[in-house]
Write a protein that binds this ligand. Structure first.
Ligand code: HEC
Ligand code: HEC
Ligand code: HEC
Ligand code: HEC
Ligand code: HEC
Ligand code: HEC
Ligand code: HEC
Length: 311
């Protein structure tokens, strides 16, 4: 058999298995929606003027095709959720009023998704500060984009990635004045100023999630959803920087991390109850600090002897 034939057979099998299959979103230029909704500039035929016309796209309506392809609903096409009438442009005005399904409408009480505990998440969300704003304004979709959501904490093996993804959700509003105001009706407090009591703020925001300090841990849930009032937020350094850090029960609890931590610093963090977060210092840095310290001591001694001699 020629190698070429084997190659063709392999391709046939992988595509029929769904591996390497074409996604709806692969060819954005020719996709009936993405030819506009993934580009900055759109071209359309203006029937009134009888000619083609170019226009800038509203940035909030532009989608990243890579994010679409990695999202949980990657196997959907746009019209599985949106009306077919969107195929005409300008879109019919009445579509703006079309009700859209939320997470629970499709996932609630469905045993297929039991491990995610959608119902329990909803219960926790209903207790949160955000739900009090009114669920007509604030819903699951305020934090989860159905187009692109990826369960990162569950699947990623890198703490930094989990933290970045999770905090990105919070900051998409708390760091975007327009988006925040559209929900709250007033200006947003500046996140950096609010947390000015926290040293190394940048380092903390890269290594811990907002939800670590702003929710209480619910053992059965992968991700706590009850955002508490600010007065109940964690402020005590010892909650994390101690032998039994709260991070053991939250950020570091994921199995995907534990599987990967057969050795190395992460294992120490996960398994050693007496490990203290932030004490994992680099030996090189330690040595440099020691040298700087010794030089300072030497300086003082020299200085002191000169003063004594001068007297
Ligand atoms: C010719 C470019 C173009 C195409 C093709 C297009 N859209 Fe749009 N779409 C827009 C523009 C521009 C807007 C901004 C609001 C407006 O002008 O109606 C928009 C707005 C929307 C909105 C938001 C409506 C709102 O609530 O404000 C949705 C949803 C939408 N499009 C879905 C789709 C879907 C689904 C398809 C494919 C079937 C599609 N669009 C195809 C240009 C396009
Ligand atoms: C799993 C269901 C689902 C699929 C698939 C889906 N959408 Fe959406 N879409 C929604 C929901 C729900 C909203 C309303 C979001 C909200 O309320 O904030 C929305 C809103 C929008 C908006 C308004 C802007 C926004 O983000 O709120 C646009 C534009 C849009 N969709 C375009 C598309 C296009 C283009 C596709 C295909 C690439 C697509 N949608 C596929 C569920 C879906
Ligand atoms: C229109 C119905 C619909 C809506 C609304 C919807 N989903 Fe889904 N979702 C599905 C379907 C169907 C699948 C399975 C897709 C597949 O297997 O390719 C799925 C898959 C998922 C998965 C992956 C499950 C797994 O283990 O494979 C997660 C997580 C998820 N959705 C979360 C959400 C969240 C969060 C929301 C709300 C922001 C939401 N979904 C809204 C229908 C929906
Ligand atoms: C205030 C923001 C916020 C709101 C509101 C919110 N979520 Fe989440 N949710 C998050 C964050 C942050 C994560 C963690 C993201 C990650 O790493 O997967 C998450 C994770 C999830 C997960 C994945 C959990 C797992 O076991 O892997 C599901 C499912 C989910 N949310 C569903 C919902 C549903 C349903 C609602 C509405 C009742 C909702 N969320 C409302 C912020 C929110
Ligand atoms: C180390 C713990 C910790 C972390 C991490 C943390 N916060 Fe906070 N946050 C607090 C505390 C404590 C307060 C209360 C401060 C006060 O009232 O002076 C607070 C206050 C807030 C407030 C209330 C602001 C106001 O005055 O109305 C918001 C909003 C907030 N945090 C959002 C976030 C977001 C978003 C993140 C992630 C980027 C985050 N926080 C990370 C501990 C934390
Ligand atoms: C869609 C926008 C949006 C997103 C996303 C969002 N928030 Fe908020 N958040 C708000 C608004 C608006 C308020 C102010 C509520 C009010 O004024 O009553 C608020 C209030 C808060 C408060 C202060 C509560 C108090 O007592 O004043 C905290 C803490 C907070 N959010 C944390 C978070 C965290 C953590 C996340 C991510 C998991 C998050 N938020 C995601 C819009 C958002
Ligand atoms: C939500 C948990 C949490 C809280 C609360 C917290 N930290 Fe941290 N802190 C961390 C994590 C995680 C790191 C990064 C550790 C690492 O890189 O090994 C860190 C790093 C640090 C570092 C840098 C240590 C180093 O090795 O470079 C200092 C200093 C620090 N924290 C001080 C504080 C102080 C002071 C407070 C109280 C005002 C505080 N932290 C509250 C989790 C927390």
């Amino acid at each position: 058999m020629s190698t070429r034939l084997i190659f063709i057979i392999i391709i046939f099998f992988t595509t029929s298995l769904g591996l390497g299959a074409q996604s709806f979103y692969d060819d954005a230029k020719n996709h009936s929606c993405l030819k506009c909704h993934s580009f900055n500039v759109i071209t359309f035929h203006n029937e009134v003027m009888g000619k083609d016309q170019k226009k800038l796209m509203n940035p909030y309506l532009i989608m990243d095709t890579l994010d679409l392809k990695t999202g949980v609903h990657q196997n959907f096409d746009c019209m599985d959720c949106h009306s077919y009438e969107y195929e005409t442009y300008p879109h019919p005005a009445n579509l703006k009023l079309e009700p859209m399904p939320s997470c629970l409408d499709c996932h609630g009480y469905d045993p297929t998704y039991a491990t995610y505990q959608f119902e329990k998440i909803d219960e926790e969300f209903q207790k949160s500060v955000h739900a009090k704003i009114g669920d007509e304004i604030f819903s699951c979709e305020s934090c989860h984009d159905q187009h692109t959501y990826r369960p990162t904490a569950r699947n990623s093996e890198r703490i930094m990635e989990i933290v970045e993804y999770s905090n990105g959700i919070c900051l998409s509003c708390h760091d975007d004045m327009n988006r925040y105001e559209s929900v709250a009706g007033h200006e947003n407090p500046k996140i950096v100023q609010v947390h000015s009591w926290l040293p190394n703020q940048d380092l903390h925001f890269r290594n811990t999630r907002c939800i670590e300090c702003h929710t209480t841990v619910v053992d059965s849930l992968m991700v706590s959803h009850n955002i508490l009032p600010k007065t109940e937020a964690v402020r005590s350094c010892a909650k994390c920087h101690s032998g039994n850090s709260l991070l053991q029960a939250s950020l570091y609890k994921y199995e995907n991390l534990q599987a990967r931590s057969a050795n190395g610093a992460l294992k120490t963090m996960l398994t050693n109850q007496s490990y203290v977060i932030g004490t994992n210092q680099s030996p090189v840095l330690k040595r440099i600090l020691l040298i700087v310290f010794l030089m300072a001591v030497a300086g003082i001694i020299v200085h002191a002897t000169f003063r004594i001699l001068k007297k």
